[in-house]
Design a protein around this ligand. Structure first.
Ligand SMILES: [Zn+2]
Ligand SMILES: [Zn+2]
Length: 184
């Protein structure tokens, strides 16, 4: 194991802005911890682009997004492999209770590094490079959306709300006292 490699990993970055100047031929490995305040402008931008992403308003991040990235450059194409974890607040789809959920995933993507105003051709993913600098935060926000659970339950056996009186049935039976039958 290369000692210098280990030493380098001890630093945790608080942003994902990289420079192409003196890019190491072997690629880069980076550990990161992005604060919720760092991520929020990116989240707002991503949500403005697609308002179907998350129902019920902006997602609340209750921890830094932590993880590591391995970056390798092939010409103007970057291979990004990474892992991340972040704690988020979700609202249960059945009982509406808000709870904290740990979102984590791993991914590998090929992105094209393009200049400002440049269009991409085949690759779906592109990162704009300005003055040899590029920012991978939007890519990580994208990966977070991809890992976002479609069906959100506070627990697998959540009983939900009584359809009659709205009581949370996880807290006990309501006074309706009988199972709801379908009305015609
Ligand atoms: Zn629930
Ligand atoms: Zn009830």
């Amino acid at each position: 194991m290369d000692r210098r490699f280990l030493v380098k990993l001890e630093t945790t970055r608080d942003n994902l802005r990289f420079s192409l100047e003196s890019w190491p031929e072997a690629g880069l490995t980076a550990q990161f911890a992005l604060a919720p305040s760092t991520l929020s402008p990116y989240l707002e931008e991503a949500m403005a682009r697609d308002d179907n992403l998350v129902e019920g308003g902006a997602p609340q991040l209750v921890s830094a997004m932590k993880g590591s990235l391995r970056l390798q450059l092939f010409g103007r194409r970057l291979r990004v492999a990474g892992v991340f974890a972040v704690r988020v607040e979700l609202a249960c789809h059945r009982c509406l209770a808000v709870f904290v959920h740990k979102l984590s995933d791993q991914f590998e993507e090929l992105v094209d590094l393009i200049g400002p105003g440049e269009e991409t051709e085949e690759a779906e993913l592109a990162v704009v490079t300005v003055d040899n600098q590029f920012d991978l935060t939007p890519l990580l926000v994208e990966q977070m959306w991809l890992a976002w659970p479609i069906k959100v339950l506070c627990r697998p056996d959540c009983l939900g709300l009584c359809l009659n009186c709205g009581a949370n049935l996880n807290e006990g039976l309501c006074s309706c006292g009988r199972p709801l039958t379908l009305k015609h």
